[in-house]
Write a protein that binds this ligand. Structure first.
Ligand SMILES: [Zn+2]
Ligand SMILES: [Zn+2]
Length: 253
C-alpha cells in the first residue's frame, strides 16, 4: 500500500499543476479580451441640431424635447408649408397615406452611460429613439406588430412618413445619410446607444453582419475607443432587431 502512495500522489500533483496552468491560461485570455464598456455619449450630443429640438443634461441623463418636425421636404407637409414637395422618389407603388406632418411634444430621457442590459427589452410601437434632426425612429413593425410591407409604399422621398401627424423613420433616413454621409452618426435609441448609417470602413453592412439587436461593438469616428452601436441596413429589420441592447429610458409622447 505504501508503495502505491507515491505514484498516486505524483499523479494527483500533476493533475493539480495541469488544472492550475489551464486556469491561468484562461484568465489571461479573458483579460486580453476585455474592451472598454465604460461608455459616455456626452460628446455626441452636439450633433443634435434643429430649431424644433432641444436637450439638457442632468446628472447622468440627457433629456431631449422634440417637436418631431423634419428639416426636409415631404409630400406630407401641408401644401402651404415651404417644405411641401410632391413625391419625387423612385417607388412606382408610392401611395400617400392619410396622415400629415404636425408638431409633437415628445420627450426622451436617456442615460449618458449606456450599458448592456442583462435582460433585453423589446421595442414597442411608437418612438424608440431620436434622429439627430429631431425626427423619431420607429421599429420594424406596423400596427399590430405586422410587417412593414404595406407601409413601405407610403414612405416619402426621404423614406419617412407620418402616423396620423407623428412623422418617423422605420428605415434609413436618407436625408441624413445624404447630408452627413452613409457612415455617419444618425441618432440614438432610447437606451443611449448610437445609430450609424449603413456603411462602416467603406463596406455596406447587412443584418447578417450584426447581432440580434442589430448592432456590434467597434470603433467609430466619434468613439475611437469603441462603443456598441446599431446600424441602419437596407434589409429587415432596418434599425433595431430583437429589442434594445441596453436599458431604454423614458419616452413620453
Ligand atoms: Zn410608420
Ligand atoms: Zn459599426
Amino acid at each position: 500500500m505504501k508503495a502505491l502512495k507515491h505514484p498516486l500522489s505524483l499523479i494527483t500533483l500533476l493533475v493539480l499543476i495541469l488544472v492550475a496552468c489551464s486556469n491561468s491560461d484562461d484568465s489571461v485570455t479573458v483579460e486580453e479580451e476585455v474592451v472598454n464598456t465604460d461608455y459616455d455619449i456626452t460628446s455626441i450630443l452636439s450633433k443634435f441640431e434643429g430649431t424644433n429640438l432641444s436637450y439638457s443634461i442632468s446628472g447622468n441623463t440627457v433629456t431631449f424635447n422634440t417637436q418631431d418636425l423634419p428639416n426636409h421636404t415631404s409630400p406630407y407637409w401641408p401644401t402651404s408649408n415651404p417644405l411641401y414637395e410632391a413625391y419625387n422618389g423612385t417607388n412606382t407603388n408610392w401611395n400617400q397615406n392619410p396622415g400629415s406632418i404636425g408638431a409633437q411634444n415628445i420627450e426622451f430621457t436617456i442615460t449618458l452611460h449606456p450599458a448592456e442590459a442583462t435582460n433585453k427589452q423589446a421595442t414597442s410601437l411608437g418612438p424608440i429613439g431620436i434622429a439627430r434632426n429631431g425626427v423619431v425612429f420607429f421599429n420594424q413593425y406596423a400596427a399590430g406588430n405586422s410587417p412593414l410591407a404595406g407601409e413601405i409604399n407610403s414612405f416619402d422621398q426621404w423614406l419617412g412618413h407620418p402616423a396620423m401627424t407623428q412623422y418617423h423613420y422605420h428605415v434609413e433616413p436618407t436625408y441624413l445619410t445624404q447630408e452627413f454621409g452613409e457612415d455617419a452618426f444618425m441618432g440614438l435609441l432610447s437606451d443611449g446607444f448610437p445609430v450609424y448609417g449603413p456603411v462602416e470602413n467603406g463596406v455596406t453592412l447587412t443584418s447578417s453582419d450584426l447581432d440580434d439587436y442589430h448592432g456590434h461593438t467597434t470603433a467609430t469616428a466619434d468613439f475611437p475607443e469603441g462603443i456598441y452601436h446599431y446600424h441602419v441596413t437596407a434589409d429587415d429589420p432596418y434599425i433595431n432587431g430583437n429589442g434594445y441592447f441596453g436599458t431604454p429610458g423614458n419616452i413620453s409622447n
